[in-house]
Structure formats: structure tokens, C-alpha cells
Design a protein around this ligand. Structure first.
Ligand code: NAD
Length: 480
């Protein structure tokens, strides 16, 4: 199976005819090749995007909206095909691809197809100066979208949909680890009548194809989701060219549990917020802090529930944990578990690889819970991005707030309490872009999404995304 680039509405091989193996995490086997695209492919994609821009940017909002909603409908009617492709490529449970990844990708197109019809700019009457100012919100031109492997089509479309809704043309690169659903998306775009060149998808490595997008002098903005180190590199390359940048980066999110919470709801949600998608969600609550009065009970109940999670082949019914995305990632996660133990952490459960009959070379790992002696240990400070959480007790609000904020990241936080004053106090002091209280991962696509500190710069979601993908221009007219 060969994945091809999607440029100017056509599927094409990379110019250099170089290919990279694509692995299936469930069995560890190579099941296809993807283009190892170079700067030349990015240039061809850029020219296609540039040629399409004049006409697309002048296309009415109704027409753009109609096409985006059509893409959404086609994704929904192809749910099985896309969900199976996502699972095969990524290793996540098929039930998750079917219920979350692909429906959300469809929702991204529908949401921004609708949002663009409601997007408005401001006008300011300059009273006393006999003038009126109005603001134009114009598309930027050709923009770059680069996405990671953990929620492949979900995050890819989270960028592409607002970019094209706002009238831009796109050169996009999905993760080389999970290219399949982005590959299939091209077909759907053609069927929905998206004009040629509006979306161009170039596959390949970050250091070559990704780098070429970021360094391209005429690609006006980069929307990137991925690791913090990559984000820092991208900022360094893009800043001297004054590109607009939206960086959605890593996280090490606290999950703070007070004794007065709704215990059962908290417990089941905490299992999910710890291990959904094998813990490979930037929003997972990977540091669990529990009020000391319920610590022992929580520890025992939580560990018991985690032990019950069924690890298995992603397509098997009833499993909750599939395969990790790659062999190198599995090795990285396991080395962190080792580090946790070396730092005097106590491994309360999990941490062993799992052999699934018939799929012995797949990347399976039991979900692990580490009781840490201090919030300062490495497993509590560094992003692991796998099925590993730390737990430790706390006594006071001040103490837990200090520990929650004492990491370099600031993406999301979860708080479990029924005390309204405490909720308001803590939510305002947590250094995070998103705070969930008595829930996790509840999303409303109109809300701003993004992180602070090393978790990123800028906000996506709702009108924030449409603002990012447009340039504001003030026009001042004197009428006297
Ligand atoms: P990564 O940074 O290795 O890669 C992300 C993307 O960037 C890939 O497409 C990759 O090919 C590309 N890339 C790599 N080097 C590049 C370069 N020099 N120039 C341009 N592009 C380059 O990240 P990953 O391992 O794919 O994803 C995991 C990371 O993503 C984790 O840190 C996770 O927290 C983060 N993430 C953040 C969010 C968020 O919304 N904040 C969401 C999901 C994942």
C-alpha cells in the first residue's frame, strides 16, 4: 500500500521517488510506504496553493460553508473506512476511532463551515472626529498546518478546516507515523468539490518536509501541534520571517482531587483521563494529587480499576487499551517507568509489555501507576505521553496549587471538588489554558483552546482560529 501526496487535487508520487516504511502498531509489521517528500514537493504544493488562492479567497462564505459541510457529511458516511484506517495506523482502539476521532474530524469541518457564516469584524465610529473605522478580516494567503500522531485526523482537520473556511489555501503535513487518514481525506475533498489546490497534503519527515513548510518564505502562517522541542525549533525558524505562529505543544497536566468530590464519578473519569488513547492525549491528567484524607482509599480503588483495563488488539471488542504508536515510543515510555522506580517511586501496577496472541510484535503495555515520593521527580515533571500516571497525597489547597503549577508546562488541569469558592479560587490560579472542574475532555468547539508556558503560544478553536487565519486591517474614513 503506497500513500501518495495530494497536490492540486491529484494524488502524486514524491519527486525524488523516496519512500518511508509505515508500521502497524498492533503487529509491528510494515504495511505500506509513504512519500519521503523533499523541499521540491513542498514547492509544488505551494505553487498549487498560491494559484488557487485568488479564486478561493473570493469564494462566497455560503459556498465555502457548503463545501466544508459536504466534506463533513462524506466523512460521516465513510466512518467505518476512516476509523479502521486510523486504528490500523495508530494502534488506538477501533471503538475510540469510531466514537471520537472520526466523528470529531467531521465535526471540525461542520463547525467551521458554520462558524465562517457567523464570523464578523468590528467598526468604530470616532465620535468628535467625523470618521468611521472598520476592520477587514482578510485571509493570509498560503498557510502551513503540521500535526502529530496521537489524534491524527482529529488534529489535522482542527487546523485545516478553519484555515480554508477563512479563505486561505493550505500546505499541510500529517505525522509521518500516522499518514493514512490524511491520505484518504484528499478523495473526500475532491468528491465534495473543494477546488484544486485549496488543500495540498505533503507526506514525509518533520526535518525535511515539515522544515520546508516552516522555512518557506511565502507561507505566511504556521499552525503546529506537536512536541515542545519541535515547537521551539519552529519558532526559531519562523520568527525572523515574521510568520504568524500558533503552537500547541506538550503537557503534564495535574488532576487535583479533593475529598468532597463525587467520588464514583471522579474515579471512573480519572481512569479515563489517565489512560484514554493509551495515555497519548496531550490533555491526559498525568499527575494525580489526592487530598490525604481519601488518599489510601483512592489508591486502592484506582489501582484495582486500572488492573481491570483490558489491553488487546485494537480491533478486538471490549478492550480499553490498544497498542502504543511505535516501537521507539514504547521504549521511551518504558524507560520512564524505570526512571520512576530508580527515583524511589513505587510501581503500584502495570508497566510490563503485553504479548497478544497472534500479534506478538505489537507495541502493548500495561497501564502503569507510580506512587511518587516527591512532585519534583522526573516522572512528575517531564512529559511521558503514554499509559503512565503518578499519584501522591496533599494536605492543603496552597500546597497542591504550588505543586500543580511547579512544572514547565501549562496546558490543562482537572479539579474535583463540590466547594464553589475553592473552585473559583483554584481555577483562577492554575497556570493552564483549560481547567476542567468535575469533568474531563468535555469540549465545546467555540471555546479558546491552547496552553501557557511551554505548552504553547496562541489559541485555536471557535473564532480564535478564524482570527488566527486572517489578518486584521483597519480602514479609517473621514466623512466631514
Ligand atoms: P513531534 O513534535 O515529533 O511532531 C509533530 C509534527 O511535527 C509531525 O508532523 C512531525 O513530522 C513534524 N515535525 C517534526 N520536526 C519538525 C521540524 N523541524 N519542522 C517542522 N515540522 C516538524 O510530536 P509528536 O511526537 O508527533 O506528537 C506528540 C507531542 O504532541 C506531545 O508532546 C504532545 O503533548 C503534543 N500534542 C500537543 C497537543 C496540544 O493541543 N497542545 C495535542 C496533541 C499532541
Amino acid at each position: 500500500m503506497k500513500v501518495q501526496n495530494y497536490i492540486n487535487g491529484q494524488y502524486v508520487d514524491p519527486i525524488n521517488d523516496e519512500w518511508i516504511d509505515n508500521y502497524c502498531p498492533a503487529n509491528g509489521e510494515v504495511y505500506g510506504q509513504i512519500p519521503n517528500s523533499s523541499q521540491d514537493d513542498v514547492e509544488v504544493a505551494y505553487i498549487a496553493a498560491k494559484s488557487a488562492f485568488l479564486s478561493w479567497s473570493q469564494t462566497t462564505f455560503e459556498e465555502r460553508s457548503r463545501i466544508l459541510i459536504k466534506i463533513s457529511e462524506l466523512l460521516e458516511s465513510n466512518l467505518d473506512r476512516f476509523a479502521e484506517a486510523e486504528t490500523k495506523d495508530n494502534g488506538k482502539p477501533l471503538s475510540l476511532s469510531r466514537s471520537v476521532d472520526i466523528p470529531r474530524a467531521a465535526q471540525n469541518f461542520r463547525f467551521f463551515g458554520n462558524a465562517i457564516t457567523q464570523f464578523a469584524s468590528e467598526s468604530h465610529e470616532s465620535v468628535g472626529q467625523h470618521a468611521i473605522n472598520y476592520t477587514l478580516r482578510q485571509p493570509l494567503g498560503v498557510v502551513g498546518c503540521i500535526s502529530p500522531w496521537n489524534l491524527p485526523l482529529y488534529l489535522f482537520t482542527w487546523k485545516i478546516a478553519p484555515a480554508i473556511a477563512a479563505g486561505n489555501c493550505v500546505v499541510a503535513k500529517p505525522s509521518e507515523v500516522t499518514p493514512m487518514t490524511a491520505y484518504l481525506l484528499g478523495e473526500i475533498c475532491n468528491e465534495a468539490g473543494l477546488p484544486q489546490g485549496v488543500l495540498n497534503i505533503v507526506h514525509g519527515l518533520g526535518t525535511t518536509a515539515g522544515q520546508a513548510i516552516v522555512a518557506h518564505p511565502d507561507i505566511k502562517a504556521i499552525s503546529f501541534t506537536g512536541g515542545t522541542a519541535t515547537g521551539a525549533h519552529i519558532a526559531k525558524v519562523a520568527a525572523p520571517m515574521f510568520k504568524k505562529l500558533s503552537l500547541e505543544l506538550g503537557g503534564k497536566n495535574p488532576n487535583i482531587i479533593f475529598a468532597d468530590c463525587d467520588y464514583d464519578d471522579m474515579l471512573s473519569t480519572t481512569v479515563r483521563s489517565s489512560f484514554a488513547n493509551q495515555g497519548q492525549i496531550c490533555l491526559c491528567g498525568s499527575r494525580i494529587f489526592v487530598e490525604s484524607t481519601i488518599y489510601d482509599k483512592f489508591k486502592s480503588d484506582f489501582v484495582q480499576k486500572v488492573k481491570q483495563l483490558k489491553v488487546g488488539h485494537p480491533s478486538e471488542q471490549g478492550i480499553q487499551i490498544g497498542a502504543l504508536v511505535s516501537k521507539s515510543h514504547l521504549e521511551k515510555v518504558m524507560s520512564y517507568i524505570k526512571t520512576g522506580i530508580e527515583e524511589n517511586g513505587k510501581l503500584l501496577c502495570g508497566g510490563n509489555t503485553v504479548e497478544i496472541k497472534g500479534y506478538e510484535n505489537g507495541y502493548y503495555l500495561e497501564p502503569a501507576v507510580i506512587e511518587v515520593p516527591s512532585d519534583e521527580c522526573r516522572v512528575n515533571q517531564e512529559e511521558i505521553f503514554g499509559p503512565v500516571v503518578t499519584i501522591m497525597p496533599f494536605n492543603t489547597e496552597e500546597e497542591v496549587l504550588k505543586m500543580a503549577n511547579k512544572v514547565k508546562y501549562g496546558l490543562s488541569a482537572t479539579l474535583w471538588t463540590n466547594d464553589i469558592k475553592r473552585t473559583l479560587r483554584i481555577s483562577s490560579k492554575l497556570q493552564a489554558g483549560i481547567v476542567w472542574v468535575n469533568t474531563w475532555m468535555m469540549r465545546d468547539l467555540r471555546t479558546p483552546f491552547g496552553g501557557v508556558k511551554a505548552s504553547g503560544v496562541g489559541r485555536e478553536g471557535g473564532f480564535e482560529a478564524l482570527r488566527f487565519f486572517t489578518e486584521a486591517k483597519n480602514v479609517c474614513i473621514k466623512y466631514d
